[in-house]
Design a protein around this ligand. Structure first.
Ligand SMILES: NC(=O)c1ccc[n+]([C@@H]2O[C@H](COP(=O)([O-])OP(=O)(O)OC[C@H]3O[C@@H](n4cnc5c(N)ncnc54)[C@H](OP(=O)(O)O)[C@@H]3O)[C@@H](O)[C@H]2O)c1
Length: 333
């Protein structure tokens, strides 16, 4: 990590390209692009680049940082490393930041380190707060639906984190639509309405358009998309092989080499041609495309370098698509 002790954020940080949307019917505004720390911020990653990305994000109006208990390799290291940066550089700016974390996937051994039980969620949030060295998170999510735990219990645990002052808002992620509906009802009854639903959304993953987005809108719940670049597939990087240091090249990442199939590369190449005609990179077009859909309040990007983050922010400079472009993209999605 860099040794420079003093960090003075850009005084113009709220007058940049980013822009903000209200999250559902809440009073909370989210930057159109949020930064996710799933990959690239763990102990196996480049700490200097990670710090540069966090500073650049904040300097450019990205106020929302998305984490989870198990982010980073090893699990927990993204929260720990982010916490160190917060303490060292951002402690005076905590009130300008939206920090989210989650619990729901496997985190520690035994029956209490996975799923949706009250036991797991509450102790996991306590651990996350310690790792990040903060008193509260802005958003605490149930990271996935757990069919083995009554939904009342999972939602009750989320609500109690708000009542205990450990979270300001709560959200759900990757819930089947009928369970999301139930979760919205229970959280409302508990007096802690669901702020946000987080789910996968990209040119290659459009399932949420049919039911998840309309249901969230009906309930006043915001929506934030993840993996808008399909973990990097929606960029030009894999068109000529698997570059060193790319996500697919690592043994520990979530994108497997086997996912990069020839028929997919044909589609990616055609999408790349459309992007070039628009004067954008494919990564930029893939991000810009997500903002056309009403109800998408923010998109979380994952970046492995400062340059990628800069490129992605510039995607917001052209989010208009012609009918013909949309038609061609739909044919390839
Ligand atoms: N709730 C959930 O279950 C869930 C699941 C997944 C993600 N998320 C959240 O969403 C965030 C983003 O997810 P993701 O990392 O899968 O998203 P993504 O944005 O689809 O993929 C990120 C990867 O794309 C590549 N990339 C990014 N910008 C690029 C650019 N301008 N040009 C070329 N390549 C570029 C980089 O790959 P290289 O590393 O190869 O350079 C980067 O690591 C996560 O950090 C997390 O916060 C949540």
């Amino acid at each position: 990590m860099s040794n420079s002790e003093i960090y003075t954020p850009n005084p113009e940080r709220y007058n940049q390209t980013i822009g903000y949307n209200f999250c559902g019917r809440s009073g909370l505004q989210l930057p159109k692009i949020s930064l996710g720390l799933w990959h690239n911020f763990g102990d196996v990653d480049d700490a200097d680049e990670a710090l540069k990305m966090i500073k650049f994000a904040f300097d450019n109006g990205i106020t929302h940082f998305d984490l989870a208990n198990n982010y980073g390799t090893p699990f927990g290291s993204a929260e720990k490393n982010f916490g160190k940066m917060l303490t060292k550089y951002f402690s005076s700016y905590r009130d300008e930041m939206i920090i989210s974390t989650k619990a729901g996937h496997e985190m520690w051994p035994g029956p209490y380190g996975d799923g949706g039980s009250r036991k797991y969620l509450i102790s996991s949030l306590d651990q996350s707060l310690k790792r990040m060295n903060i008193d509260y998170v802005d958003i605490f999510y149930s990271h996935r639906y757990d069919p083995n735990t009554p939904l009342d219990e999972t939602m009750g645990a989320l609500s109690d984190t708000v009542k205990q002052g450990k979270a300001l808002y709560v959200g759900i992620s990757k819930y089947p639509v009928e369970k999301a509906n139930e979760a919205y009802r229970i959280l409302k009854e508990n007096g802690t309405p669901c702020l946000i639903n987080q789910d996968k959304y990209s040119i290659f993953s459009r399932d949420i358009e049919k039911n998840v987005l309309p249901l969230a809108a009906e309930n006043g719940v915001g929506f934030i998309g993840f993996s808008a670049l399909a973990q990097g597939l929606l960029s030009d990087k894999y068109l000529h092989g698997i570059p060193e240091n790319s996500r697919a090249s690592h043994s520990y990442g979530f994108l497997q080499k086997s996912q990069i199939r020839e028929e997919l590369l044909v589609k990616i190449s055609k999408l790349n041609d459309i992007a070039i005609q628009r004067g954008q990179t494919l990564a930029q077009m893939a991000l810009a495309w997500c903002f056309q859909k009403d109800g998408v309040n923010s998109v979380i990007v994952g970046t492995s370098s400062l340059q990628q983050l800069k490129d992605n922010i510039n995607a917001l400079k052209n989010t208009n698509f012609s009918f013909e472009e949309n038609w061609k993209i739909s044919e390839l999605s």
